[in-house]
Each structure stands twice: as structure tokens, then as C-alpha cells.
Design a protein around this ligand. Structure first.
Ligand code: 5GP
Length: 215
């Protein structure tokens, strides 16, 4: 468990490949959402690798246990429920909510966002639809992108293929996915993840047009 995520405002372990973007004048929030299993993590990893000097990936905090291979402070800050609650009551989160209708909390720490924005760097949040609503109430100009699957069947196949969830957890994720797909109109942009390369090209075009990213 992480002891003090607020002190960790960087994303250790991420690639430091040269950026294709020129630094932005003022940092902007970019929110990327989409149902579990749609391939957001792959997209996010590639965007951060490509734009490492001008885009900071916010590392979320969660009370869910790490999956095999996941590392504290890199994939998430893995907090126990008591610590998450303490930080929530202390006002440390920009947004936070229980995802998948369970007791599992996820949240964006202000310490992951504010320093980068103030330094003129854009910040990428990979969060769910409820979290996006909370962010938009504070940052109405955030650039919001919803990644969708080609079809619901495709999503189920991907989630099952990942094999990381119990059947019960998987069914809960599919139900939440359905509800999220119905709320996709909240987002300024929608991108179908047909192939990862195509989806990334579309997202880069969106960021370039919004002057968050310049190639
Ligand atoms: P997973 O457990 O598969 O890593 O993530 C599950 C879901 O939690 C993802 O679809 C993601 O959008 C959402 N999530 C991850 N971090 C945050 C966060 O900081 N805030 C909110 N609201 N949702 C998050």
C-alpha cells in the first residue's frame, strides 16, 4: 500500500521518449473514458509514450487490490479503505466515486493534477463517467473523449479474454459498460476503438485541434 501518494506527482516507470508536441501554453485537462475492456489502457500508454514531455498521466488512487504485475505508484496508488476515506474527507481528491456499484473506490488526487496544470503541462485522466461529471463541474473546458467498442459482443469477448475478473465481477463490469455507453453523449468526442492505431490517430487529431497537442 502506498504511504503518501500526494508526494508522488510524477509517473515513474513511464517512457521518456521525445515529444512530438510543442509545450502547451497553459495546461489543460483531458478526460478519457470508456467501458472496462475497451482498450483504454493501451491507448493511454501509447499517448503518454509519444507525448511524455507535454502530457502528464494522472495516477489514480483505488481501494481495489493490485492485479498481478501492477505496481503501486505506477498503475495506481493502492490504498486501503481507511486511508482512501481519510484522504477523501481531507479534500485530497479532485473527483472520486465508487465504480461498478461495489465498495471499490477510485479517485483522482489533486496532487496528480494541479502541479502539472500550473506548470503548463496538460494532464490526462483515465476515469469513469461519474468522475467525468465531477471534473466537468469544476473544469467545464476539459477536453472529454469517450472510447467505445465496435459492438457490445466485441467488448464481452475482450473482457473474457483478459481473464482478470471473476464471473460475478465480469457481469458487473458489463452492466456498468452498458450504462456508460448510454451516457457517452456527455463527451465532446467519441472514438470507436476499431484498431488501436486508428483510435490513437483520431485522438491525436482531437488534441491537436484543441491545441492541447501540436505535432
Ligand atoms: P480497472 O479496475 O479496470 O483498473 O479500472 C476500472 C475503471 O475505473 C476504469 O474503467 C476507469 O475508467 C475507472 N477509473 C480508474 N481510475 C479512476 C479515477 O481516478 N476516478 C474515476 N472516477 N474512475 C476511475
Amino acid at each position: 500500500m502506498s504511504n503518501n501518494p500526494s508526494e508522488n506527482t510524477t509517473s515513474p516507470g513511464r517512457s521518456s521518449s521525445p515529444s512530438l508536441m510543442t509545450p502547451t501554453k497553459s495546461g489543460k485537462l483531458i478526460v478519457l473514458s470508456g467501458p472496462s475492456g475497451v482498450g483504454k489502457s493501451t491507448i493511454v500508454r501509447q499517448l503518454i509514450d509519444r507525448f511524455s514531455s507535454s502530457l502528464h498521466l494522472s495516477i489514480s488512487a483505488t481501494t481495489r487490490p493490485p492485479r498481478p504485475g501492477e505496481k503501486d505508484g505506477i498503475d495506481y496508488f493502492f490504498l486501503c479503505s481507511e486511508e482512501f476515506e481519510r484522504r477523501r474527507l481531507a479534500g485530497d481528491f479532485l473527483e472520486c466515486c465508487r465504480v461498478f456499484g461495489s465498495d471499490t473506490w477510485y479517485g483522482t488526487l489533486k496532487s496528480q493534477v494541479t502541479p502539472s496544470l500550473e506548470a503548463g503541462k496538460s494532464v490526462l485522466l483515465e476515469i469513469d463517467v461519474d468522475g467525468t461529471r465531477q471534473v466537468l463541474s469544476q473544469f467545464p473546458n476539459a477536453e472529454t473523449i469517450f472510447v467505445e467498442p465496435r459492438s457490445a459482443t466485441e467488448l464481452e469477448t475482450r473482457l473474457r479474454g483478459r481473464g482478470t475478473e471473476s464471473e460475478e465481477a465480469l457481469l458487473r463490469r458489463l452492466a456498468v459498460a452498458q450504462s456508460e455507453l448510454e451516457q457517452a453523449t456527455l463527451y465532446r468526442h467519441r472514438v470507436v476503438n476499431d484498431t488501436v492505431d486508428q483510435a490513437i490517430e483520431q485522438i491525436i487529431a482531437i488534441l491537436t485541434k484543441a491545441e492541447v497537442a501540436e505535432e
